[in-house]
Design a binder for this molecule. Structure first.
Ligand SMILES: *Cc1c(COP(=O)(O)O)cnc(C)c1O
Length: 396
């Protein structure tokens, strides 16, 4: 037998974290890594946030799980917080991002089918998007590497170039149910959509009675400096998929919708055994209490601006290595001149700095949102040293 007990779908590296402290991960062997990956935009309160820990501990002692067949004071509390702080009128809780996107897709289709428009099932999505790894969510992406081995895909998706409003307009037809789009592409390389594009999609959706569904699984929950990224585009979506940061490390997600958009999501149409369980809800409430306020969000914006302007200055020292800085808030990327992976590995293995490679030759920087000045300085120390000896290595 050569297969590993963990199904070998991930090319795992040698870093084996066993403990987390604020913005650092501590390895089996005691190495402290500065964490600018945050479990891929998950650990927004860092790794040992007291409020989050005690909320989970308390709930675990009180009631961990009950069925959705019963009333849920815990779910009502978090749903009400999300409704109060967003466009949404109603929320379905899931256990992951992909499930939140699944719910968004089902909600968009059900809206039309419950109106009697069975032919309107097609969702227009955008190239290089990432929506998750379930059959529907890989079908929603045009990326062949995610499809290989898993055909046939789910029908009913049409792919258009990201940020191409004319392309989106041309793709709308009698079968269109709506759009599914990341306001800031994450895996695709930290690419924020333009204002014109997002506003144009809203207008198209209004003109044709289409659902505008946003995948904010990565960019949502304070990451970009507003609770959700759509706020910075001056638009109101119909549906938003949220997850990652929402549980601060506890696995959970949510599908947010307006009352109109959720018209088809009636008794018996959808469900989840674990979705919205009290333990997850306690984590979500603790996260929302920490981040859904003006002070915290203003801090994220200020830190994001500081990080960005220091990065912009820094990359000027290495014009052969780096091209540009992009992103919003603390969801930033450095577009590199070549593949980002070797540099990510170099920073990890020689400078104990964790970042994430993404598409479009981009190195992703996703620090915990609670990062302080000391960790910001530590980051630039590591990045400067890392770039200096990486360039040496390439030259020699
Ligand atoms: C991570 C991610 C998902 C999938 O989330 P999972 O929790 O891994 O299922 C979906 N959409 C976007 C934009 C993501 O970044």
């Amino acid at each position: 037998m050569t297969i590993t007990p963990l199904m070998p779908v991930y090319p795992r590296c040698g870093v084996r974290p066993v403990r987390g402290e604020h913005c650092h991960l501590i390895d089996e062997d005691g190495t402290h890594y500065l964490d600018f990956a945050s479990g891929i935009a998950v650990n927004l309160l860092g790794h040992s946030h007291e409020g989050l820990i005690s909320a989970i501990q308390k709930q675990a002692e009180t009631l961990m799980h009950v069925s959705n067949l019963y009333g849920s004071p815990q779910g009502e509390e978090l749903a009400q917080m999300l409704v109060d702080h967003t466009f949404a009128d109603t929320v379905f809780f899931t256990n992951s991002g992909a499930e939140a996107v699944e719910c968004a897709i089902k909600t968009a289709r059900a809206y039309h089918q419950y109106e009697g428009n069975e032919e309107r099932f097609e969702i227009i999505t955008f190239k290089n998007a990432f929506h998750g790894r379930t059959m529907a969510t890989i079908s929603a992406s045009n990326q062949d590497k995610m499809h290989k081995g898993f055909q046939p895909l789910l029908p009913g998706f049409k792919y258009v170039e990201f940020d191409d409003l004319e392309g989106a307009k041309a793709a709308v037809g009698p079968n269109t149910a709506g759009f599914l789009v990341e306001p800031v592409q994450g895996e695709g390389g930290i690419r924020p959509a333009s204002q014109e594009f997002m506003q144009g999609l809203r207008t198209l959706a209004d003109e044709h009675d289409l659902m505008l569904a946003l995948d904010e699984v990565q960019c949502g929950v304070a990451r970009t400096g507003t609770l959700y990224a759509y706020e910075q585009y001056g638009i109101v979506p119909d549906i938003v998929a949220s997850a990652k940061g929402l549980g601060g490390g506890f696995p959970m997600g949510a599908c947010l919708a307006t009352e109109k958009a959720a018209r088809g999501m009636v008794f018996g149409t959808h469900g989840s055994t674990y979705g919205g369980n009290p333990l997850a809800m306690a984590a979500g409430v603790a996260v929302m209490k920490a981040v859904a306020n003006d002070e915290f969000l203003a801090e994220v914006r200020a830190k994001g601006e500081r990080l960005r302007s220091r990065l912009e200055q820094f990359i000027g020292n290495y014009p052969d290595l780096f091209e540009s800085v992009r992103g919003m808030g603390l969801m930033l990327g450095i577009k590199m001149k070549g593949e980002p992976r070797p540099f990510m590995v170099h920073l990890r293995d020689h400078h104990d700095l964790l970042t994430v490679a993404a598409g479009d030759q981009t190195l992703r920087l996703l620090p915990p949102l609670v990062i302080g000045d000391a960790e910001m300085d530590e980051f630039f120390d590591k990045l400067s040293a890392g770039a200096a000896d990486y360039v040496q290595e390439i030259v020699s």
